[in-house]
Design a protein around this ligand. Sequence first.
Ligand SMILES: [Zn+2]
Length: 435
Amino acid sequence: MSADGKKTIVISNGTLIDGNGKPPVRNEAIVIQGNRIKSVGRLPGDVRIEDRDNVEVIDAAGQWIMPGLIDAHTHLSYGNPKIFGEARGKGTTHPEFNTLRAARNAQQVLRAGVTSISVPGGTWFTDVAVRDAIKLGLIEGPRVFCASRMIVTYGSIEDEEPSWVGTPDHSIGVLCNSATEMVTEARRQCKHGVDFIKLADSRSGEIQTLAKEEIAAVVGEAHRRNVKVAIHSRGAASTRAAAEAGVDWIMHADLASEADLEVVAKAAVRIVPTATFVERVLEIGREVGQEQIQISLERMKKNMDGLVNVLQRARAMGIKVMCGTDCGNYSWMPYGKMHAKEPEIMVRYGGYTPLEAISACTKENAYAVGLENQVGIVEAGKLADLIILKKNPAADIRVLQDSANLAVIIKDGKRVKLDDQSVDETQLTFQEAVA
Ligand SMILES: [Zn+2]
């Protein structure tokens, strides 16, 4: 029994994929005490598995053990997918309801084997509240590392209304049209407890809406306060500017040229391509046709081509790629179902091996949740976030997408109860949402 009165957990047998990219190996025992992994490999002499009063044994014979998944790009509080019976168009206008829904979303995410998420943007400080409630043990959920409303200028993504409307309090963007306003907003968000600031350039990257000096001003302020900075950047110029201004990671980067990516590589800035959302729109588009979809499929095809190029070039150039999905940004991105689609895309289109893709969505993604070298690896001393699978993800990476393949989820040394809530029947499907 550990100091906190919890039983020691011993995972005996099983094949270990440790997250470091090493080939799977047969494992004798993983010992978890408190919220950390005590040992991996041989069972230590001071742990007696016969002592069932103090030791819980999980037999993983014939199964695969790996770090808990991390999604480097998920939104909990955008108000999507809509819920059956909910008033249309008012999804995010009620902060109280929205917070309860975000808490529920977080639970769905954890039950899909995702033990940490990075949340680049949301409404109000909803995600900060959910993060803290999970941290304090009020509710169950993954580790959350979050931003608040994304900082935008006129013409950026999420500045959709006329200028006399701007970005009302319930929107996910907040207009700041000078470096001074951006720094003030960054300070306000830091005061309210965000882990990082999200900046956002134009939606598709056809124009650059943030100047390098503005990005650098926010980076300077945030870093001085030990807060990170991420940016939505599809354009070539904005991606280059973001890398030069010292952001911590770039989301998308699809239009970056070889020369731009060289700047990114030199600055050692990471990229979260987030091809999952684009691939999903293309899939739905093939199913229901352009008329039903409010996004141009032609533009999405261009984005996808750019993302595949970025994935391939990043791998060749040694740029660290993190795995994100954009779950929760639209009604066709439900929680708990898409979080491991990005590694499949990396393997299928990007030229990554399944083990490289597994490292990307575990070890590498730890950076996006502020826990580099703490989670994402199954090793002695690390935080005990891991999953046990009934099938081998190194043989077929798609195994990670089906929660039916999950035998056990352990987050922070605690076993997550797997029950019927792993499927959320309240969420509307895309077809129901547009009907
Ligand atoms: Zn997003």
